[in-house]
Design a protein around this ligand. Sequence first.
Ligand SMILES: [Fe+2]
Length: 437
Amino acid sequence: MDIDRLIKKDEVHRDVYVSEEVFGLEMDRIFGSAWIYVGHDSQIPNPGDYWTTRIGLQSVVMTRGKRDEINIFYNRCPHKGARIAEEGCGHTNGLFRCPFSTFNLDGKLRGVPYLDGYQDTSFDLTDPRFSLRKVARVAAYRGFVFASLAEDGAEFEDFLAGVKSSLDNFCDRAPEGTVSVAGGVFRVVQRSNWKIFFENLNDTGHPIATHESSYRAARQYSEEVLDGELPFELHIIDGNGAPPKFWSDLDLHAFDYGHSYMTAIFNAPDDPLSQQYFASLAAKVGGDRAEEILAVNRHNTIIYPSCSPHTSFQQWRVIRPLSVDRTLVEIFTFRLDGAPDELLQRTFTYSNVVNSPSSIVMTDDVHVYAECQKGLSTQGGDWVSQHRNAGQDQPYSGSEGGLIGVGTSELPIRNQFRAWHEYMSEGSGQSVSPEAS
Ligand SMILES: [Fe+2]
């Protein structure tokens, strides 16, 4: 396939969203090589715990071994092919068992029934090909576990580069310096291509129109029922109705490999709970350091092509492509270890208001994604615009490097497609540094 014909400097061809052939190539060349988020080590605290998920279309099992090590296996019995674990979290008491074989926690085949019958055949209990197959590379940073299905490619920390600071801030906000997955997981299946969701995450051009119905409803409720008060839940929704200058004054930062982040839309309220939390953090790290940590206030960070942490409210969204026009988004909520329990309740509130399947904010977005997918499937035009502020992005002089753009620039979208182009041209692992265009 001629990848170059699908992408221009500030436009992409609609086939990148609707072609089954492009989707198949993406699963091979992007999800088959990039560092993909698999899970957090707090989901498997004890040996034998496991978390079953996907890397691209590949079912995989992340599990903790006897020596506390984390292994990630393809979810396939090497003997007959059955999956060894159902999706989700679970615990196995020292061995994985499918209907045909058993395996130790390190993936080694332990046994098959009627072993006598295998004499004088090529079946060999000690042959690695009859043990669970590990994915090529596994790496973790501060508890966040990623894997690559390719032997070669960028080193994990080079891949993270400019967004490593978001993971640091995510954890530094915890008095103990660590975070843990709390509660369950929200799952939303979107009727749209996976890239549309990523494009939206740092697109500040959309809230004022896409979320008009929800922020107007929040304001109306505040005025008519609450005498103008704006509790935290409504404050979050109201933020989407900020005027244009508010959005353009934000900063957008873009980095290698399609990553980016935007500065925060709103702060946590200055209330007794925030003060109690600050005291718990300051008690551990000192007041100056606590202020420094909380001064890093970001909205969505994008770790392309698999996840998006929200550092200020401890949300973590995982993007799992299902097919060319179906995308599963999983939303995890984290506890800041050592912080007051009430802070976790605020985190859940944020998740319920913004990310739950019944959120009146997310449903706005999901509806628009589906409309884009439907429109792109017509023959009404071949190209999709990414022109806004193209050519105006500047190198960032701060230590993180990368590019910086005005808050309403489509810099993050162009940046994602630069990485997309590099991966799809089978150039994964090489630098995909964005260049000021
Ligand atoms: Fe939105």
